[in-house]
Design a binder for this molecule. Structure first.
Ligand code: CA
Length: 231
């Protein structure tokens, strides 16, 4: 799976350098050359991460960052701010506005790529690593394959997405609404009990006879990927 990086930057040579290095690493690259266009592109392309220059025409990077964080549709998209300013107070302002990380120009491509990987790993593990694991459960994103204790587990597409979301948030209790948003998307109307149906199928596929149930039901709260066996 190729993560999409949106580069919002008005220095065209820098955009070209970033595009070259990011594409070499297997990222898909979209670009915008001012703040307004950046907001439009985020809405259109739903990038996996945004590299956002601070000094942009029309709308500053800081303002773009604030607007992205205010909008529920874009609130969770990771943002790395790029800036010529290296002062600590700017760094704090950037992070206050909701940026996930901050890198001062000039930076080396290697440094930036490392930061991107780190942010993606923290926020969207499935994009940074090709393999997600929990206990004896292994999900290979590239091969689209799941196994438990070496035994292959066959999953339907919805159960696969459900399990992936659990593996990205191990141990955390996820409500039915959160699961609906993450797996079915915000634009689709699906009843909450649909989640229960797919959880049941997922459990059946994952837990062969005698194996610990890896999915915990938390009464009136939701579900968690959790092998502790409590309920
Ligand atoms: Ca600039």
């Amino acid at each position: 799976m190729q993560p999409t990086v949106l580069v919002v930057e008005d220095e065209i040579p820098l955009v070209a350098m970033l595009r070259y290095n990011l594409e070499k690493e297997g990222y898909r690259v979209e670009e915008a050359n001012d703040g307004q266009e950046g907001l439009v592109k985020v809405a259109e392309d739903k990038p996996d991460i945004v590299l956002l220059d601070w000094m942009l025409p029309h709308l500053s990077g800081l303002e773009v960052c604030r607007q992205l964080r205010r909008n529920p549709e874009t609130r969770n998209i990771p943002i790395i701010m790029l800036t010529a300013r290296g002062e600590e107070s700017d760094r704090v302002r950037g992070l206050d506005a909701g940026a996930d990380d901050y890198i001062a120009k000039p930076f080396s491509p290697g440094e930036l790529l490392a930061r991107i990987r780190a942010v993606l790993r923290r926020i969207r593990p499935a994009l940074a690593d090709e393999v997600l694991t929990y206990e004896d459960l292994v999900m290979d994103m590239a091969a689209h394959r799941v196994s438990r204790g070496g035994r292959e587990v066959k999953l339907g597409p919805t159960e696969f997405r459900l399990l992936r979301h659990f593996l990205e948030h191990p141990g955390r209790v996820l409500s039915r609404d959160q699961l609906l948003d993450a797996v079915w998307g915000r634009d689709v109307y699906v009843e909450q009990r649909t989640v229960d149906v797919h959880i049941r199928r997922l459990r059946k596929a994952l837990n062969a006879a005698g194996e610990t149930d890896l999915i915990r039901t938390v009464r009136s709260a939701g579900y968690a990927l959790d092998s502790s066996g409590e309920s």
